[in-house]
Design a protein around this ligand. Structure first.
Ligand code: 4NP
Length: 151
């Protein structure tokens, strides 16, 4: 099973989602992350994401940003998007219905039926926004991991 986490820059939210989900699943699950813009390609995760992950015992310091490619839509079984913009961008890359069906919003996939369907972009905010994103992703990844391992 191969899972891709998707956000805009691949430096704040999706590297966190990748690290958190990896910590909750056996090693035979392959988890990666990507962004929809190339601006930060090759860069490490944002220092605030690295710091908040470290505070919760997760190491994402080896992450390097990359952009999503059409091949990802073939290779990955599930693509979890952080917000609606990422979702629209991923859907617009899909060339078959099978690919389109792999794509979802991470909070929807996690069975979050509350009002919030998007993981807010913390890039222009302070550290508390990163803590909030971490907690949202941790809860979402808990239910994703449970769903994936109970099948
Ligand atoms: P991310 O956050 O999509 O969670 O990685 C952002 C990173 C960079 C930018 C925006 C959001 N940016 O505008 O460069």
């Amino acid at each position: 099973m191969k899972i891709l986490m998707l956000c805009l820059g691949n430096i704040c939210r999706s590297p966190l989602a990748e690290g958190i989900l990896r910590s909750k699943l056996p090693e035979d699950f392959e988890i990666d992350s990507a962004g929809t813009i190339s601006y930060h390609e090759g860069k490490k995760a944002d220092h605030r994401s690295i710091k908040i992950a470290q505070q919760y015992g997760i190491d994402i310091s080896n992450h390097r940003a990359r952009i999503i490619t059409p091949k990802d839509l073939e290779d990955y079984d599930r693509i979890f998007c952080m917000d609606l913009e990422n979702y629209k961008d991923a859907v617009s890359m899909a060339s078959t219905e099978e690919q389109w069906q792999k794509i979802g919003l991470i909070l929807n996939e996690a069975g979050n039926h509350g009002d919030q369907i998007e993981v807010p972009d913390p890039y222009w905010s302070e550290m508390d926004a990163f803590d909030n994103v971490y907690k949202m992703l941790d809860a979402a990844c808990d239910s994703i991991a449970k769903n994936l391992t109970s099948k």
